[in-house]
Design a protein around this ligand. Structure first.
Ligand SMILES: Nc1ncnc2c1ncn2[C@@H]1O[C@H](COP(=O)(O)OP(=O)(O)OP(=O)(O)O)[C@@H](O)[C@H]1O
Length: 829
């Protein structure tokens, strides 16, 4: 019998470690919060300082304008006086003239210094001889005038067009300096915007022409006869859509529900799968794949795919770091993110967790804005948004549109689906694509001219009715237009085609008979057209076959899309694999710390399992404790697999979004696995701290730990593969079933050769052998030959410990490779 007291004593440090871990995990969120709070303080101080400086500049500018105005008024007055009284100079006025002299010359810079200008900024006409202490404002302005760099990132010249570029030769290293720079730039931009108050109309044009706004690479997309047909059902989703979306403009895509708006956006973004696409899509006039520009294309999906356990700021920062150009200096990245936070009105919630369905975070509207912000922070050239204003109130929608308008000023091509925009919102769009059911164009052109076009067809918007609502109602068939205009809503697509001189597909000519532009012979031709024979009723077997064929084709399309490699023409060098791995590592680490309670529960369950199984198992028998170790393998496999499933099954959609935007799948996978290594290292300690204490096996703690470590590594890899390959429910079920079935196979008496071979493919066999060998090696009181004989009965070999460890590790590596392959092949969309 082994000395129990020694074993019990040696187990204490493990218990202490487990308790310590639980404490750390419970407090981990606090650590993050405190760190975030410190950063926020530095940022707020910088923002305050930038605001104060901007205010000072504003006051300085007003004072300067007032002084100039006063001086020019005085000059005009004096010149009038002089022209009248050339010979009789008035000594009093001359005195004033002398006093104002430095300000008269408009071309010269005006010195705000009271001693040199002689004109106080706070009071344009100072009382003579009154020596005032320079005001605080004067001191600041004086300082700025003498040394423009004394206020970091702040340049007094309104002519400074260096928006978004770190001043040359200037060291901006610390957080506080970076924030100061970013906020100073933001304040400057705000002042510019204030000058051109409303960013919606002429102000925008003015701003675009008067200020050198940094332009991004331009992307124009033109499409001709774009037709999408669902492969499975031979149903048209889009038909003969022709037009273009242009850089620097906001295009709204509208139409009744199910008209094909999302399909249209997907086709533009090269994401339409399961469809046959005909027609032409040209990027900047060239027939190139849109995927060549994926690094500078932002796609905002209809659903808000945002990380719930990250704060608003963390979400935005992650997207910015991974997708902005790697060459962009850090201060400019801060500026980009801060600008998006400001423009989307997210300042108040920047530090709040986004939240999930179970754990409430920010509001739905704010979440929607974060969803858009994720794409805005990567400075796209083409921004495609699917219903970004749905669920937002009018004020929030307008705020979002203003933010997008600013993007458009930089040359971004913005195309978005909108539902029921208010008139104020509608006026903010440049272009409009109006789709009817069946994906047919009813109008495509300037949003301002849509009413004119419909008026030309005799369709007028009644008084006090919102024009977009009226047009959608017409397209839904809810408003009859035939009586008033003689045009039915079904005719509108053909009318549009005829209006533009596009060729009308034969099957649509039927609808156009009333227009009397086609002869009935042509319609007869259409009716006998074999391409239409597909609409004939199919048998049940035929339909089933179509469905199966469609599903297979859909999967084939998905896989082809995932492996599609296009030459990168975006001219943007995003961070490489290692850098992205670092970013992912930071993010996953944070997420795990925030889920600390879940992890703590995992550990508690493992502790309990260790205690229960340890007290049930008996080691001092002929099998060298095989029974206890069998329980251990099942319990640890089950618990670790279920926990590891969470790593990949919960954020599938996020992965889809991120990989579609060009982020590295390998970096994502490796980062998750690396963070899980922490659990791989700790969980065996936690379990053994109880199990080892209760069972007191002959083998050392280190031996048990190494085997358990390899086992956890192995089952974690298997869990990854299950999580990625199956849906969540199926993955959980198989994670439970697999360890039980495999352990049963591994522990069955292996009478047949088949069972022997089968057992070799079961990881529990190798884990069990390693545990048993480690135990058997320490039975020094028993003859070696007796021990070997006993082991051979179970098919084990005393010298195979290393082999078992290698096989377990190998299964872990192979299953990870399989999981990664499945991820890049099946999980992307
Ligand atoms: N993969 C697909 N399989 C089957 N039908 C599809 C598929 N994709 C689109 N459709 C069908 O095409 C039509 C257009 O869908 P789409 O989602 O583009 O409409 P939408 O105008 O965006 O609608 P909503 O405004 O309600 O979101 C719908 O009838 C839809 O059922």
């Amino acid at each position: 019998m082994i000395d129990l007291s020694f074993k019990a004593h040696s187990a204490h440090p493990n218990e202490t470690l487990s308790t310590l871990l639980l404490i750390i995990y419970n407090c981990s969120d606090q650590v993050l919060t405190t760190r975030g709070r410190r950063l926020a303080k530095s940022r707020e101080a910088a923002a305050r300082s930038a605001r104060e400086t901007a205010k000072a500049q504003q006051r300085w500018k007003s004072a300067k304008d007032a002084a100039k105005k006063h001086a020019s008024g005085l000059q005009a007055h004096l010149s009038r006086t002089f022209s009248r009284k050339k010979d009789t100079p008035d000594p009093e006025k001359l005195k004033i003239l002398n006093q104002s002299k430095p300000d008269i010359d408009d071309g010269l810079p005006i010195s705000p210094h009271p001693s040199t200008s002689g004109v106080s900024l706070s009071s344009p006409v100072p009382s003579e001889g009154k020596k005032k202490e320079p005001s605080e404002l004067m001191q600041i302005m004086h300082k700025i005038e003498e040394d423009p760099d004394c206020y970091e990132g702040f340049s007094i010249g309104a002519e400074d067009t260096n928006v978004g570029n770190v001043p040359k030769g200037k060291q901006i290293n610390t957080h506080s300096q970076i924030f100061k720079y970013a906020y100073a730039q933001l304040e400057k931009e705000k002042a510019q915007q204030q000058e051109y108050k409303d960013l919606t109309f002429s102000g925008v044009v003015k701003m675009a022409t008067n200020h050198e706004i940094r332009k991004r690479p331009l992307i124009e997309i033109s499409f001709k006869d774009l037709t999408l047909t669902l492969k499975a059902k031979n149903k048209h989703l889009l038909r003969c859509v022709t037009g273009k979306i242009r850089p620097g403009r906001i295009t709204a895509v509208m139409g009744p529900s199910g008209a094909g708006k999302t399909t249209f956006l997907s086709a533009l973004a090269g994401k339409a799968i399961g469809c046959n696409m005909t027609g032409l899509i040209l990027i900047n006039g060239k027939n190139i794949s849109i995927h060549s520009y994926k690094k500078i294309i932002g796609f905002v999906p209809q659903d808000d795919i945002v990380h719930g356990n990250l704060t608003v700021e963390e979400n935005l920062w992650f997207s910015a770091k991974c997708r902005l150009s790697a060459d962009l200096p850090e201060p400019d990245k801060v500026l980009v993110v801060e600008r998006v936070i400001e423009s989307l009105g997210l300042q108040q919630v920047r530090g709040s967790l986004v939240g999930t369905v179970e754990k409430r975070g920010i509001s739905g509207g704010q979440r929607k804005r974060v969803n858009v912000g994720l794409e805005m922070v990567m400075e796209p050239s083409l921004l495609i948004l699917d219903e970004p204003t749905s669920g937002l109130d009018s004020a929030s929608s307008q705020l979002l549109l203003r933010a997008l308008r600013r993007e458009a000023l930089e040359g971004v091509n913005i195309c978005m689906v909108v539902h029921q925009p208010s008139y104020a919102l509608f006026k903010m769009f440049d272009d409009l694509v109006l789709l009817a059911k069946g994906g047919l164009t009813v109008y495509h052109g300037s949003a301002k001219k849509v009413e004119e076009y419909f008026a030309g067809l005799g369709i007028k918007v009644p008084d006090r009715v919102n024009p977009p609502d009226h047009f959608i109602d017409i397209l839904e068939g809810m408003v009859a237009t035939e009586r008033s205009s003689g045009v039915s809503y079904e005719e509108l697509p053909v009318r549009w085609m005829l209006h533009n001189g596009y060729s009308v597909p034969p099957d649509m000519r039927q609808n156009a008979t009333r227009l009397e532009l086609f002869s009935t012979d042509e319609n007869l031709n259409y009716e006998t057209n074999p391409s239409n024979a597909g609409t004939a009723e199919q048998s049940f077997a035929g339909e089933l076959w179509q469905d199966v064929k469609g599903t297979v084709e859909l999967h084939r399309d998905k896989i082809r899309l995932n492996f599609l490699k296009s030459k990168d023409l975006s001219n943007r060098r995003t961070p490489g694999l290692f850098q992205q791995y670092r970013y992912f590592l930071g993010r996953v680490g944070k997420q795990r710390l925030r889920e600390a309670r879940i992890q703590a529960v995992d550990y508690l369950i493992l502790l309990l399992a260790g205690a229960c199984l340890g007290s049930l198992a008996n080691v001092s028998d002929q099998t060298f404790g095989a029974v206890g170790y069998t329980y251990t393998i099942i319990a640890v496999s089950l618990l670790c697999k279920i926990a590891a499933l969470r790593s990949f099954s919960l954020d599938r959609l996020h992965y889809w979004r991120e990989s579609a935007s060009g982020m590295s799948s390998l970096a994502y996978f490796l980062a998750k696995d690396t963070i899980d290594h922490f659990n791989t290292l700790i969980k065996p300690v936690v379990y053994l701290s109880m199990f080892y204490f209760f069972t007191n096996p002959r083998s050392s703690f280190a031996d048990n730990y190494i085997v358990l470590l390899c086992l956890v590594y192995c089952v974690t890899g298997i869990a990854y593969a299950l999580a990625i390959f199956f849906e969540q429910g199926a993955a959980q079920l198989s994670s439970v079933l697999l360890p039980v079935v495999m352990t049963l196979i591994a522990t069955r008496p292996q009478d047949s050769e088949f069972l022997k071979i089968l057992a070799k493919f079961c990881y529990p066999r190798w884990a069990l052998e390693a545990f048993v060998i480690a135990n058997a090696e320490r039975y020094s009181g028993v003859w070696l030959i007796t021990r070997c004989g006993s082991l051979l009965k179970s098919g084990y070999n005393l010298h195979d410990w290393n082999l078992c460890i290698i096989i377990l590790t190998f299964i872990g590596i192979v299953s990870r490779a399989v999981a990664f392959f499945c991820m890049v092949t099946f999980q992307k969309k």
